[in-house]
Design a protein around this ligand. Structure first.
Ligand SMILES: Cc1cc2nc3c(=O)[nH]c(=O)nc-3n(C[C@H](O)[C@H](O)[C@H](O)COP(=O)(O)O)c2cc1C
Length: 187
């Protein structure tokens, strides 16, 4: 069966917004990609699921490299622009610069990276797999830097959120009770 975009069941997922930068046949570009996942520690691998009709996909297919800039809580407008216009018709990077956002050149690949993102990661394409209506591009991390003062933006049900409330831990007594129950069921 299908699980369509904006369906109330699809909307229960919570994601990050990866701002994926690339430079290829469509020129320097940035797109918003909520399906951005860290999938391996050693080596570091990042998977991004991108619809094949995006300029970003064509760029990465040709150059085999891309930037993953995790959108910070101060960059929701950048996410909406990167996700609302296509690089086949708009120079989003120039527009974003005019709006005050800043970019810098990646260290190891030929793409623009985003200043003020929560994390900046440079990837070389290691594999691509067509899964349903999106293509999963797996990038091997070759450079990564953390901006410790920036907080990643959360995305849920088509809206942006700042995560700032911790779920309370059960009391010591309750944890002990839980531990005993689980121990009783040891195989
Ligand atoms: C918050 C947000 C998240 C998005 N996530 C994805 C995604 O995971 N995969 C995808 O293919 N498109 C996603 N999109 C849509 C693309 O960002 C959009 O189609 C964009 O215009 C593509 O740009 P490009 O053609 O320059 O590559 C998302 C859009 C928004 C606003």
């Amino acid at each position: 069966m299908d699980l369509p975009w904006n369906d109330e069941r699809s909307n229960k997922f919570m994601t990050n917004v990866g701002l994926i930068t690339s430079d290829g046949p469509f020129g320097a570009d940035v797109m918003a990609c909520e399906w951005t996942h860290h999938i391996s520690y050693s080596p570091g691998l990042i998977a991004v699921c991108i619809s094949p009709n995006k300029a970003t996909y064509e760029n990465i297919k040709q150059t085999k490299e891309f930037g993953v800039n995790l959108c910070s809580t101060e960059q929701s407008i950048m996410s909406s622009i990167a996700g609302g216009y296509t690089g086949s018709m708009y120079n989003k990077i120039n527009a974003l610069e005019e709006l005050g956002f800043e970019f810098y050149g990646a260290k190891k690949i030929r793409v623009a990276m985003i200043k003020g993102a929560a994390v900046n990661i440079e990837c070389i394409l290691s594999k691509q797999i067509t899964l349903g209506d999106h293509i999963t591009l797996v990038g091997e991390v070759i450079e990564a830097s953390n901006n410790s003062d920036k907080v990643p933006l959360a995305y849920h049900g088509g809206r942006y959120f700042i995560l700032n409330t911790n779920v309370a831990k059960p009391s010591q007594e309750e944890r002990e009770r839980i531990r005993k129950v689980v121990e009783k069921h040891k195989k």
